[in-house]
Design a protein around this ligand. Structure first.
Ligand SMILES: Cc1ncc(COP(=O)(O)O)c(C=O)c1O
Length: 488
């Protein structure tokens, strides 16, 4: 039995406390958004340093909430990379937006269970509405089509492949074979492994000089597998590879899938949102022919983590894979019925993810998103133009859906491959140590290259140039410190 001495076993606050703490947090967030550009985006911290800073035993007694919040702001929040920073160029940044942050706060505050219709009719309706918006954007059938929000792109890819396998193979997938390119995102391989496929059931198809899946090699692999009595069932195409932003030839892949009766899954976690720009729509031609499509709003739809999305041509494919009750009794009218989203994916208890997407699109309008996405694509092209004019830089893969790869390579010095790899690796090391930008290398054609992903609508040409100048400084400095560096 509790006694009056038990401190606050109901876990409640007074109205004044709630307001004070809440306003303090809002003030902190506003300060963060306002001053983000002048902050250093990189956090450096070893395990040892973080242990020294943060480790503590589980507190039996509570302490003052304001002190806890201030400790979190002072010691915890500051020791993390800022992926929404305009100089965050590595991996896939997450530019985010303040309206969605507020919407996420509301969703948490009301603690809405977005798993089933009867618990949350309005949240479920809003998910149907926003999924329908996305179906329209990608020219998928709205009545027959469906989809759901997930935690991110990895979960959307896994959900898609589970639905594909169920639809094409039923319960026996012992002979099933799946195809994807050597540039496909690792989350697809992870999903394939989780699903229990052996590596003999996976074909990693090489890419051409532009990093697109080789259609010839793909067709040969399918034909060989058929001859061996195997069951090709799915092709995973990339709509914007993470490395280079390359879009696989979607029309051709769709033709192969039709001819061979395969499922076409398009992983557009990175690039699909580009359909909102004219150039992106051209690059993504044929995307509407996919059976399933991963889109990732916490990337290029400017949402804070976590929100991914899966769209499918036929909503019944999802209920067939994930519903524990017969799908024909539940969804006879497709997206016009009362959908239980827990029957369309892996999660039962689900956050109300649709709210932030809805609120931000309502607030800014789709036209703002179109302009924001176009900005990133144009910016990468502008930076490419600059790099091509410079005698110090070599463009390795041209600007593609806001991604550009290049390396420091002053032509007049005729430096050898190993030396170039060393210099480019050193550039990233020094930039990271300076904490001025989040920059990373990747490997293309066996070379170490620098990669820029420029999807943040608040990144300007001058931001990129400041970092490029810093890169040049570190490269020259490295060469001065290593005068004997081999040329070849
Ligand atoms: C093409 C692609 N697919 C899938 C993913 C995985 O998405 P998430 O990190 O949201 O799980 C990424 C992440 O960068 C990606 O670029």
């Amino acid at each position: 039995m509790h006694t009056s001495k038990d401190k606050n076993y109901t876990l409640t606050l007074t109205e004044k406390e709630m307001r004070d703490y809440g306003y303090h947090i809002v003030d902190t967030l506003v300060e963060h958004f306002k001053n983000l550009n002048s902050k250093k985006p990189v956090a450096l911290g070893t395990r040892k340093e973080m242990d020294a800073l943060l480790v503590e035993g589980i507190p039996e007694k509570g302490e003052d909430a304001m002190q806890v919040i201030d400790y979190v702001i002072r010691e915890i929040l500051v020791n993390n990379d800022l992926f929404s920073h305009p100089k965050s160029f590595a991996f896939v940044p997450s530019p985010s937006n303040y309206i969605s942050v507020l919407a996420d706060t509301l969703a948490s505050g009301f603690n809405i269970f977005s798993g089933g219709w009867s618990a949350s009719p309005a949240a479920s309706e809003l998910e149907i509405i926003t999924i329908n918006w996305l179906l329209q954007i990608f020219n998928f059938p709205v009545k027959k089509g469906g989809g759901l929000f997930t935690s991110g792109g990895s979960m959307a890819n896994l959900t898609a492949l589970l639905a594909a396998r169920r639809h094409k193979c039923g319960n026996d997938f012992s002979k099933a074979v799946i195809y994807l390119s050597d540039q496909a995102h690792s989350s697809n391989i992870k999903a394939i492994k989780i699903m229990g496929f052996h590596k003999e059931q996976v074909r990693l198809i090489p890419t051409d000089s532009e990093f697109r899946i080789s259609l010839n090699k793909l067709s040969n692999a399918i034909a060989r597998d058929r001859l061996e009595g195997l069951q090709p069932f799915c092709i995973i195409a990339s709509a914007g590879t993470t490395n280079t932003g390359t879009v696989d030839p979607l029309d051709d892949l769709s033709d192969i899938c039709k001819r061979e009766d395969l499922w076409l899954h398009v992983d557009g976690a990175y690039g699909a949102a580009a359909i909102l720009s004219k150039k992106g729509a051209r690059a993504l031609k044929g995307i509407h022919k996919a059976d399933s499509l991963t889109v990732d709003p916490h990337k290029w739809f400017f949402q804070p983590y976590d929100i991914g999305c899966l769209l499918v041509k036929n909503h019944q494919w999802l209920s067939a894979a994930f519903s524990e009750s017969p799908e024909y009794l539940r969804d006879i009218e497709g997206n016009e019925s009362e959908i239980n989203f827990h029957e369309h994916g892996l999660e039962l208890t689900r956050r109300f993810r649709a709210l932030k997407f809805y609120t931000s699109i309502k607030t800014f309008g789709l036209e703002s998103f179109r302009t924001a996405i176009t900005h990133g694509i144009d910016l990468a092209e502008e930076v490419e133009l600059h790099m091509r004019k410079s005698p110090e830089w070599e463009v390795i893969s041209h600007a593609n859906l806001a991604i550009l790869n290049f390396r420091y390579n002053p032509i007049q010095l005729g430096l050898g491959e190993k030396t170039l790899d060393q210099i480019n690796q050193e550039i990233v090391k020094q930039i990271t140590l300076s904490r001025e930008a989040i920059l990373a290398t990747t490997m293309l054609h066996g070379q170490v290259v620098l990669r820029l992903c420029l999807i943040n609508p608040r990144t300007e040409f001058s931001d990129v140039m400041e970092v490029i100048e810093l890169c040049e400084h570190y490269a020259r400095d490295f060469m001065e410190r290593h005068p004997g560096i081999p040329k070849q």
